[in-house]
Design a protein around this ligand. Structure first.
Ligand SMILES: [Mg+2]
Length: 374
């Protein structure tokens, strides 16, 4: 089997009302999908995480990564990953857009391997005996305190056993005091048996994060996510040492070398790689070995990405060691449902992993046409 072509498709969709969280307002969802075709008629699909400029990842796939793959056997996926990375690394391109482009390509290659074997990707990756995985509801975004409590209670009523809540307000939106008030109201509304995760999206500094966490420690919080900017590793260490809520991070980190440093410093408890940024399934699996070696917990990130990434993350969750929970996104996301069948719905805190060959769901061309941009 040989790779015949590598192509990108770009998607975008703008919400009527932007979502508000620690980074600011988020109006437009976008994605770059990668389609890798083989000479025997298989097509693998992957997604590069994109928050701005899907044209950037497309250019990297078209001009830097695609040429490495043409004529090669997708079964050599790990070697191809190293080869693609090696030609970028020497020029200093070992993070950022190039890694996101590489992630989409690698995901498409593993989709081909699943389709060729007639097995779901999570089985081809080794399988962990998990046809369904634990999940949490993501996320309750900034609103009035009462409205946030109502939303959280509504998710608990739908059967979710764990709910993530956004904090990290700017002073204009009420600041850390309103963050604390919203989490207290939500704990009151959902009762003691629902897990609550908090996500700051890097909006605090270490001192603020420690002060807020100490106030919230009695509320039995499952984790505090991205309390400080991703490059502030000293800050992460301070937050972890300065309070008792477990610290989570990883959606903004690239590859096994980035995670090695976070883990080596003892900066985090919960490791959250995004398959569309960490280096595809190959990257996600290599980070899994690190998580295993350090007795940490794995919680794959999904968020604002499109459906291929959400689906691929399900296969990551079904195959990595030390899985804690999968991020099931219930907030509005126009690019999540891109398939001819519905995306799996969680029940009582678990979500089924599609068991068809490859990623297990087929893209619906009619839906793609609505969102495709050039
Ligand atoms: Mg997050």
């Amino acid at each position: 089997m040989k790779i015949k072509s590598v192509k990108c498709r770009m998607l975008a969709a703008t919400l009527d009302t932007p979502i508000q969280f620690g980074i600011g307002a988020f109006p437009t969802f976008s994605a770059t999908l990668v389609e890798v075709a083989t000479d025997d008629g298989l097509v693998g699909i992957g997604e590069c995480i994109v928050r701005r400029a899907p044209q950037a990842t497309r250019a990297i796939v078209d001009h830097m990564l695609g040429p490495v793959l043409i004529g090669r056997d997708p079964h050599d996926v790990e070697g191809l990953w190293d080869e693609m990375f090696q030609q970028l690394r020497g020029w200093g391109h070992y993070r950022g857009f190039v890694f996101e482009a590489l992630s989409g390509v690698d995901t498409a290659l593993w989709d081909i391997l699943g389709k060729a074997a007639g097995l779901p990707v999570y089985k081809v990756l080794g399988g962990a005996g998990r046809p369904r995985v634990p999940c949490y509801a993501s996320s309750v975004y900034f609103a009035e305190v009462k409205e946030m409590a109502t939303q959280a209670a509504d998710q608990a009523r739908r059967g979710h056993t764990a709910i993530k809540v956004k904090i990290g307000r700017s002073p204009q939106l009420g600041g850390r005091r309103m963050d604390v008030a919203s989490v207290k109201a939500i704990r009151e509304a959902v009762g003691p048996r629902v897990d609550i995760m908090l996500d700051v999206n890097s909006a605090y500094d270490a001192a603020t994060a420690i002060a807020v966490c100490r106030q919230l420690e009695p509320l039995d919080i499952t984790w505090i996510e991205e309390p400080v900017p991703p490059d502030d590793l000293d800050g992460y260490q301070r937050v972890r040492a300065g309070q008792s809520i477990p610290v989570a991070a990883g959606e903004s980190e690239f590859g096994v070398f980035g995670f090695r440093e976070l883990i080596r410093r003892g900066a985090i408890d919960v490791v959250q790689p995004d398959v569309a940024r960490v280096g595809g399934f190959t990257g996600a699996r290599r980070v899994g070995a690190l998580v295993h070696a350090h007795n940490l917990r794995y919680a794959p990130h999904t968020g604002f990405s499109a459906g291929v990434s959400h689906l691929a993350s399900l296969h990551v969750a079904a195959s990595v060691p030390n899985l804690m929970t999968y991020e099931y996104f219930f907030a509005p996301n126009p690019l999540r449902d891109l398939f001819t069948e519905p995306f799996p719905e969680p029940k009582e805190g678990f979500i089924d992993v599609p068991h068809g060959p490859g990623l297990g769901l087929e893209l619906d061309e009619r839906v793609l046409k609505k969102f495709e941009i050039t």
